[in-house]
Ligand binder design. Structure first.
Ligand SMILES: [Zn+2]
Length: 322
């Protein structure tokens, strides 16, 4: 068989990363394109198809590629569609439901499978990363939003409609919670995503006059990386921000554990660079709130794969099934 490579694509709010992958999970070549430059998804798909053709050239051309796997926020595995993804700007003729798999097939001539980006990351982690050999774990991605992939018995849980695993939209604060992109208030994502951490920073800085390295940054421009850097330098306000974030995430994880009794929870994304500054308050809250049955038994680990690789590899794993 000539078609011994697949393409994995990880679509994020700002950039899309793609790679050509062999059967052993080696990424032979990868590239990045912007996601947010086009509001019309068809123009985006044209850029993506061009990038895919460029990558395929590294392995002899498109005739050597078996298929394309895509991880995308609000991707529906069953339908090959993207539904109302609040972090993507695509509108155009489809509004709510974009038939992305079909559009990419039309531009490339290759079969396409897609799933939610966090599910793809979970598959990558299971095949090549921190969850190698595990059959039951929960993957939580801490990026622009908070995503999750739930693996039970070695299989990603899709649910009856293909949308299972939206743990970022579990409501953590019912009264006066922060406005979420999903239209409701108080979702986990509004507190523990990268954007949520920046919101917490603005809030804590406004509520006190405590000196902080973060006061040298324009409040509207503060990012989670700024908070992370300040916390690693011992800044008390930045450390408080991670205490708050870790506590909120730990409380949520204590509830998630009750659902599927995972061996481990794998955390993925830029916020994990904070290391123990995030993990310590998280573990304290998890231990305090989890049912005693699981206390001290749940491993919480940071992804071992370079950020883009887990999602590219996970998405590529889908393409082998085509
Ligand atoms: Zn929400």
């Amino acid at each position: 068989m000539n078609r011994k490579y697949v393409i994995g694509v990880d679509i994020g709010g700002q950039t899309s990363k793609l790679g050509v992958v062999d059967a052993r999970g080696n990424i032979l070549s990868q590239s990045t394109i912007r996601t947010d430059t086009h509001e019309d998804v068809q123009l985006y798909v044209r850029d993506l198809a061009a990038a895919i053709r460029d990558l395929a050239e590294h392995v002899g051309g498109m005739s050597f590629v078996r298929g394309i796997g895509i991880g995308v926020p609000m991707g529906n595995y069953y339908l090959g569609t993207v539904e109302n993804a609040s972090n993507l700007k695509w509108g155009g003729e489809w509004k709510g439901s974009i038939p992305l798999a079909e559009l990419v097939t039309r531009e490339t001539g290759l079969p396409v499978a897609l799933t939610n980006d966090a599910n793809a990351a979970a598959m990558g982690e299971m095949a090549y990363g921190a969850a190698r050999g595990m059959k039951d774990f929960i993957m939580i991605t801490l990026g622009t939003g908070v995503g999750s992939g739930i693996v039970v018995g070695g299989n990603v849980v899709y649910g009856h409609d293909g949308f299972a695993g939206e743990l970022g939209h579990v409501v953590m604060v019912h009264e006066g919670g922060r406005q979420c992109g999903c239209g409701r208030c108080g979702c986990l994502e509004t507190y523990t995503s990268a954007v949520g951490v920046a919101r917490t920073a603005r809030q804590l800085l406004a509520e006190s006059e405590q000196p902080s390295l973060l006061r040298s940054v324009d409040a509207d421009a503060i990012t989670s990386e700024d908070v992370c850097k300040a916390a690693l330098q011992g800044d008390a306000v930045a450390i408080d921000i991670f205490n708050f974030t870790g506590d909120m995430l730990g409380k949520a994880l204590a509830n998630f554990v009750a659902f599927s009794s995972p061996e481990a929870i794998i955390l993925f994304g830029g916020l994990t660079k904070a290391g123990d500054l995030l993990k310590k308050p998280l573990m304290e809250a998890l231990d305090r709130y989890v049912l005693s049955l699981w206390r001290g038994k749940i491993k919480v680990e940071f992804s071992e794969l370079p950020a883009s690789d887990a999602a590219i590899l996970g998405a590529s794993a889908l393409a082998w099934e085509l």
